[in-house]
Design a protein around this ligand. Structure first.
Ligand code: PRP
Ligand code: URA
Ligand code: MG
Length: 208
């Protein structure tokens, strides 16, 4: 298990634009995908490769490729969708599953409404994505769900995480690696990440 705050200057620079309340929807969406791509580079560094042989213009040589069933990306709807294209730009052979969970605004408990996963998901490394890890309820629900479907290798990738939610996820799922662009100060009285960036789903899709 690892908790990695990906402190790359390009990621931290781009995160500033996502935090800014005046950033428009188009810029927000594009920048979120750019960060997701940069984080993917770090989060996939332990991927196993297969040896192959390739013929260069000069000679045959040993080289390496990803196995056919290397990766599945699973966004938690809706906001997780905002990271998928950035990840697929780097891992185009990944399959994509979807888990629909929203947070009840009063109880802050996760509410399930949809799921569709690749049939061979248990054979793949799953990158579970959601920009916001607040109380941790949605992430824990989605990880439980993946494990019930036979998945054994899960990395959770988010943009900002609250320390209290992070602690809950690690306690329940100590085998899951977590990558965050930033671990923030905490949660406010409404369960929003502080300082955070507001409601990420609404900012991606322009719904408020
Ligand atoms: O850690 P938690 O306390 O569970 O909160 C985090 C969840 O809340 C947000 O989703 P939201 O319920 O706003 O749904 P949306 O993506 O459809 O906007 C966010 O994208 C996470 O899924
Ligand atoms: O700060 C938060 C917490 C949950 N969901 C969001 O979109 N933002
Ligand atoms: Mg939302």
């Amino acid at each position: 298990m690892a908790i990695v705050e990906v402190n790359h200057p390009l990621i931290q620079h781009k995160l500033t634009f996502l935090r800014n309340k005046d950033t428009d929807t188009k810029t927000f969406r594009e920048t979120l995908n750019e960060i997701a791509g940069l984080m993917t580079y770090e989060a996939t560094k332990e991927l196993k490769l297969e040896e192959t042989e390739v013929e260069t213009p000069l000679m045959k040589t040993k080289s390496y490729i990803l196995p056919d069933k290397a990766v599945a990306v699973v966004p938690i709807l809706r906001a997780g969708l905002g990271m998928v294209d950035g990840i697929l730009a780097l891992v185009p052979t990944a399959k994509v599953g979807h888990i629909g969970v929203y947070r009840n605004e009063e109880t802050l408990e996760p509410v399930y409404y949809y799921c569709k996963l690749p049939t061979d998901i248990a054979e793949r490394k799953v990158i579970l994505v959601d920009p916001m890890l607040a109380t941790g309820g949605s992430a824990i629900y989605a990880i439980d769900y993946l494990k019930e479907n036979g998945v054994t290798d899960i990395t959770f990738m988010c943009l900002v995480a609250a320390p209290e939610g992070l602690a809950k996820v690690i306690k329940k799922h100590p085998d899951v690696d977590i990558y965050a662009a930033k671990i923030d100060q905490g949660l406010d009285e409404n369960g929003y990440i502080y300082p955070g960036l507001g409601d990420c789903g609404d900012r991606i899709f322009g719904t408020k």
